[in-house]
Design a protein around this ligand. Structure first.
Ligand SMILES: NC(=O)c1ccc[n+]([C@@H]2O[C@H](COP(=O)([O-])OP(=O)(O)OC[C@H]3O[C@@H](n4cnc5c(N)ncnc54)[C@H](OP(=O)(O)O)[C@@H]3O)[C@@H](O)[C@H]2O)c1
Length: 291
């Protein structure tokens, strides 16, 4: 019996486009294979975690050329070569310093090689770079799409203005914006993204752009007891704080998420955020009281 059968939790999906669905819960890979620098120390644990996550149904894997200076992609590649590629959804990102036309194409080809795959499902501009015209970057992304090397084009850490500019310069739809968003981080994000709840998310919801919430557990802060409402709801639903925090995200329209974990017990716990829903009253309470 595999883990999925044991857990008896089925993955839930949302529509990315009219004919493509994406799991509401994927796996983040930041810090697997190093931070900004390649580190092979924990390769075995990381490979086992990625493989287990896929077996548990987290078939959306989020990575980036930046993570571990490419090593996170190598770890993902090592795992996905043994799976049915069509059953997986692989997202990776081009770094802000590589947004010139030729650099985007070279980056994508390097990512494909490290990922040991023929195509990337979703290719994101990791962080906007005002020094490089978006028009040039979008032209390269559209070329990669035409060549069949990427299935979908998306952005990350983009404001409404930047999404509009990207879309105006793209023949293909911008299908996703990956942004920081969690119970603890609502409007005041980080150096790259702000106004998520007041501007960016409503715009994405209205324009059929999937919001991929990163740092959904606020890097682990939301997994520990100490926030009164979270503790109260955890008790009420017989769930953990992490499960409540993830359920709050995926209960919202056009939002999916990608918590990172290398611990098997945490992966199983996170998938336990699926298959049930917070009531709309409790959603409203979380919305209000966490502000
Ligand atoms: N586009 C961007 O600019 C951007 C920026 C940041 C992140 N991201 C993406 O988003 C992903 C998620 O963000 P993140 O990794 O920064 O933060 P996160 O997912 O909010 O938190 C990850 C931390 O939480 C711990 N954790 C996970 N599940 C847990 C559980 N059930 N109980 C206790 N601890 C738990 C993990 O430790 P263990 O491994 O020990 O479980 C890890 O330390 C990244 O991995 C990356 O793929 C994108």
């Amino acid at each position: 019996m595999n883990n999925t059968e044991k857990l008896k939790i089925k993955m839930e999906f949302k529509s990315l486009t009219s004919d493509t669905k994406i799991p509401v819960l994927g796996l983040g890979t930041w810090s697997m294979g190093g931070g900004r620098v390649r580190d092979t120390t924990y390769d075995e644990e990381n490979i086992y975690a990625i493989k287990t996550a896929i077996e548990l149904g987290m078939t959306h894997i989020d990575t980036a050329e930046m993570y571990g200076d490419g090593h996170a992609e190598e770890l993902v590649g090592e795992v996905i070569k043994d799976f049915d590629r069509e059953a997986l959804f692989i997202t990776t990102k081009v770094s802000p310093e590589n947004l010139r036309y030729d650099d985007v194409i070279a980056s994508a080809k390097r990512s494909l090689k490290r990922l040991k795959t023929e195509y990337i499902d979703l290719y994101l501009i990791h962080i906007p770079n005002p020094q490089i015209p978006l028009q040039e970057t979008m032209k390269a992304l559209n070329f990669l799409h035409k060549e069949g090397l990427i299935r979908f084009i998306g952005v990350s850490n983009f404001s409404v203005k930047q999404i509009k500019e990207a879309q105006e310069n793209s023949q293909n739809k911008i299908v996703a914006n990956q942004i920081e968003y969690s119970l603890l981080v609502r409007n005041k994000g980080n150096e790259y993204i702000n106004n998520m709840e007041s501007e960016v998310i409503p715009y994405c919801q209205e324009n059929d752009i999937m919001v991929i919430a990163y740092r959904p557990l606020a890097k682990g802060k939301l997994t520990r007891p100490g926030f009164k409402i979270l503790d109260k709801l955890a008790k009420k639903y017989n769930k953990t704080q992490a499960q409540i925090a993830i359920n709050w995200l995926i209960s919202k329209k056009k939002i999916i998420t990608i918590p990172k974990s290398t611990r098997i017990e945490h992966l199983k716990e996170n998938i336990g955020a699926l298959g049930w829903r917070l009531t709309s009253e409790d959603m409203r309470m979380l919305d209000k009281e966490f502000k």
